[in-house]
Design a binder for this molecule. Structure first.
Ligand code: DC
Length: 226
């Protein structure tokens, strides 16, 4: 009998704003594969902690929370992503800057990362999985057939985020966003637990100045070379 490890995985890692969420979704859609948005899991832990009054440095309580995370990913009639935490639709509330900062804090805790490991591996289902995150290729799916490390310049990432927020009617200065992004990058790449770095066998893809279609196609081309 074949096990989950026979199911192919594409790992797409990289810093926030590199476009990996969009690219991972497009690649998964084109291939008809499942999608794991691992960042959403860290965001859910931060949100649940906030709701339950758990401090963001209480590693033990946060790990318990992570191990019991009652999450459901789905989509509405238009195909837009929807995420539920128990019975609550948290699609919008996990995307705030505050929740992102909370996610970055809980993601630095080893017990939390350990608690989320099996949950993440459970997303590996036939015919395949596209896994989006920071440590998909280096840790969670070390045996992924294709590992992509998607980057973009900090300036470009700040500009993309600025545009997204503006579309939602949120006005934040570009300079403040650039500072936030650089600060988050530093925290994510300097932390001792699962720091953000490309896997040794990852292919680096810089999306600065490239269209979503071009970047998606590059990943699909690399897939077809396997
Ligand atoms: O990709 P994102 O912005 O939704 O991720 C939120 C936070 O979670 C970010 O600070 C990095 C962290 N994260 C992580 O440490 N490991 C992952 N596999 C995914 C996200």
């Amino acid at each position: 009998m074949s096990g989950a490890s026979d199911v192919p995985v594409i790992a797409i890692d990289g810093p926030s704003g590199s476009g990996k969420g969009t690219i991972a979704r497009r690649v998964a859609h084109k291939m008809g594969w499942a999608l794991l948005d691992s960042g959403a899991l860290y965001r859910l832990v931060a949100l649940a902690a906030q709701q339950q009054g758990i401090a963001l440095d209480d590693a033990g309580a946060l790990a318990q929370l992570a191990a019991r995370l009652d999450v459901r990913f789905g989509s509405d009639a238009l195909g837009n992503e929807q995420i539920w935490l128990a019975e609550e639709d948290v699609t919008a509330s996990i995307r705030t800057e505050e929740c992102g900062a909370g996610a970055s804090a809980v993601a630095a805790l080893k017990p939390v990362r350990r608690a989320l490991l099996e949950l993440q591996r459970g997303f590996r289902r036939a015919p395949g999985l596209v896994a989006d995150g920071r440590d998909m290729g280096t840790h969670v799916f070390k045996d992924a057939g294709l590992k992509v490390f998607l980057t973009a310049s900090p300036r470009e990432r700040a500009k993309r985020r600025h545009k997204q927020l503006k579309e939602k009617g949120i006005d934040v200065s570009l300079a403040a966003l650039s500072r936030d992004i650089e600060e988050r990058d530093r925290r994510d790449s300097e932390r001792s637990v699962a720091p953000l770095r490309p896997a040794e066998d990852a292919r680096i893809l810089d999306s600065s100045g490239k269209s979503i279609e071009d970047v998606t196609q590059t990943v699909l081309d690399w897939m077809s070379e396997l």
